[in-house]
Ligand binder design. Structure first.
Ligand SMILES: Cc1cc2nc3c(=O)[nH]c(=O)nc-3n(C[C@H](O)[C@H](O)[C@H](O)COP(=O)(O)OP(=O)(O)OC[C@H]3O[C@@H](n4cnc5c(N)ncnc54)[C@H](O)[C@@H]3O)c2cc1C
Length: 397
């Protein structure tokens, strides 16, 4: 399929963006914001305020027709090929628009498409457009203390009672639960059925009676994720997403989107670490090696991302390169930490107030989380081995 001509589209996008924000000028090294946070270190009030600030931009973008570019008109989209969405992303990166937190991609790239695929007409009408416009923010109520990699082991129960569903259980590591309007929850509806067969997914209003959010303090200092207690939460059957007993398939739709969405993670901070190396003066041979390695690997990550995008633009299913995207991203993040540790040494351990030094602790302490979030490295390796390379399955308990 030929790549569509986006010249006129790009000119229009640039004109709109120029009305929204100034260009993202490359400030001189040592000036401006030195944050390289992987997880923001915000109080609940700051998290709410920042989310609202980003949301205002997202809503303006959606209303002007630049939001849901690849979506059909019924959801406020323009039905354009992905090449246009990628072109818009490139243009947008040159302007100082608000930096999205992960909750925006969870809402727009993970949950909205899952509802569009599995929802009833009523659910689609209620939620999809509202999520693409970020009038509603969604969170993932998947993991539990005994069900992370083995998600199908969830124990949160949903039981039918008087025509309604009653949910009881405990979810953990829920990113953004403090600001989310709706949680997509994997629940056990048939304890007698085989593990993967007894699951059903529900859309839980986060302000429903019985929903309690308890922030978890992370090693970066912030609380971007939370425990969520579901204590006798009563839901109408209209809140069920997908057929009873088919929750595993619905959950897989979310997880597949999550893997595809992680390919570009960490690249900005890798670039920033390379800049740091440039400004630190003569490097030792070991340091030069580590920086060169980071540059090379971040190129590989970028090119892999382009191959995935090119496949999607050409209307083909992304191949094995989509599965390695998340592994490449977490590897880049770990190598960025290593380069920074080498270059800054003791400056990374004490807050001297110097620009661009202590700030890196937010990367170094945040990056390991991405080796776990959205499926651990080991689980990604298993997926590659078994589903992509067709190697024999690991023995299962
Ligand atoms: C920053 C962050 C944000 C998150 N956000 C959310 C969220 O919004 N919503 C949500 O529901 N969850 C969220 N999670 C949870 C995340 O999905 C789980 O932590 C993850 O799936 C791993 O599960 P676990 O923590 O229970 O570890 P476990 O599954 O107990 O794994 C422990 C260790 O065993 C290894 N292991 C497990 N099974 C295998 C296997 N079969 N083969 C080889 N090794 C294996 C793992 O790789 C890991 O090293 C988040 C996690 C993080 C870190």
């Amino acid at each position: 399929m030929p790549t569509p001509d986006t010249t006129e589209f790009i000119a229009e996008a640039r004109a709109w963006l120029a009305q929204q924000a100034p260009p993202r000028q490359a400030t001189a090294w040592g000036d401006g914001d030195d944050s390289v946070a992987v997880f923001e270190n915000w109080t609940a009030a700051e998290e709410r305020a920042e989310t609202d600030r980003i949301r205002r931009y997202e809503q303006a973008r959606f209303d002007a027709g630049w939001g849901a570019l690849t979506w059909p008109a019924e959801y406020g989209g323009r039905d354009l090929p992905l090449a246009h969405a990628l072109a818009f992303q490139r243009e947008e990166a040159a302007f100082d628009v608000p930096r999205r937190t992960e909750m925006f991609s969870v809402t727009q790239q993970l949950v909205a498409p899952t509802i569009a695929q599995w929802g009833t007409d009523e659910q689609k009408a209620t939620y999809v457009r509202a999520m693409l416009r970020t009038d509603l923010i969604a969170c993932q109520l998947f993991s539990e203390t005994e069900a992370g990699s083995d998600l199908a082991a969830v124990r949160t129960k949903a039981v039918q009672h008087d025509g309604a569903w009653v949910l009881n259980g405990h979810k953990v590591w829920t990113s953004g639960a403090r600001i989310a309007d709706l949680g997509i929850a994997v629940c056990r509806t048939d304890p007698a059925a085989a593990k993967h067969a007894g699951l059903t997914v529900f859309l839980v209003p986060m302000d429903a009676p019985g929903v309690e959010v308890r922030p978890i303090r992370q090693m970066t200092g912030g609380s971007s994720f939370n425990e969520v207690y579901l204590d006798g939460v009563v839901l109408d059957d209209a809140q069920r997403l997908g057929p009873v007993g088919e929750g595993w398939k619905v959950a897989l739709t979310v997880l597949a989107a999550e893997r595809l969405d992680s390919g570009n993670l960490g690249l900005d901070n890798a670039d920033r670490a390379v800049e740091l190396a440039r400004h630190r003066g003569p490097l030792s041979e070991i340091e030069r090696d580590a920086v060169a390695d980071l540059v090379t690997r971040s190129y590989v990550q970028r090119i892999t991302g382009m191959r995935v995008a090119a496949a999607v633009v050409a209307g083909e299913a992304p191949g094995p390169e989509a599965s390695v995207g998340k592994l490449l991203a977490t590897d880049t993040m770990a190598r960025t930490s290593e380069v920074v540790r080498m270059l800054l040494g003791p400056e990374l351990t004490v807050d001297s107030g110097a620009w661009g030094t202590w700030a890196w602790t937010e990367h170094v302490l945040g990056a390991p989380g991405y080796r776990i979030a959205g499926g651990t490295d080991e689980i990604q390796h298993n997926i590659l081995a078994e589903r992509v390379l067709g190697l024999p399955r690991e023995p299962r308990a």
